[in-house]
Design a protein around this ligand. Sequence first.
Ligand code: IMP
Length: 179
Amino acid sequence: MKKVTLHDKTFEEYISREKIQTRIDELAIEIDKDYADKTITMVGNLTGAFIIMADLCRHIHTPVDVKFVKYSSYEGMATTHVVKERMGFGGMDLSGRHVMIVEDIIDTGLTLHYLLDLLKHKGAASIKVFSLLLKPDSVQKEVQVDYVGFDIPNDFVVGYGLDYDGMGRDLDSIYKLSS
Ligand code: IMP
């Protein structure tokens, strides 16, 4: 089994690169069907979403307008329960656009809930959510996620954009904390 050490913790491979690619292919087909004849305004939430955004926008055939924001609630290995705006929607014109929020992972759902609340007032024609990972047992806020790569248990994971204190984002598969 592949293992990696980041700072003081050891992680073991959990979802392989091949599995991720296969799942992205499946979701890309679904997205292309859903957005036929439309343009998607993909809004990735940094930093974690940068890898999946790059993959997703190249797997789908639907035209995309790529944008990024940065809202976060996590520090180290836990949520702070407070969402901070590091790079906001600002003057982004989303009126009449088909917006797809792209997240790396939804844990408590606080970040996504906050983002969706802000988006309500931007006049988008439609709003959908894509997340590579979802921890269903951890969700505290009712949020609708339209496209989910994988449901996972409440384990702390890294790789494919996700970090442990800044490290591990570059791993090309997903690793979970070794027990
Ligand atoms: P939420 O607001 O609790 O849903 O947290 C979402 C954000 O927390 C994600 O965008 C990640 O930055 C971070 N996060 C949540 N779970 C993990 C994890 O298992 N590993 C790394 N980051 C995580």
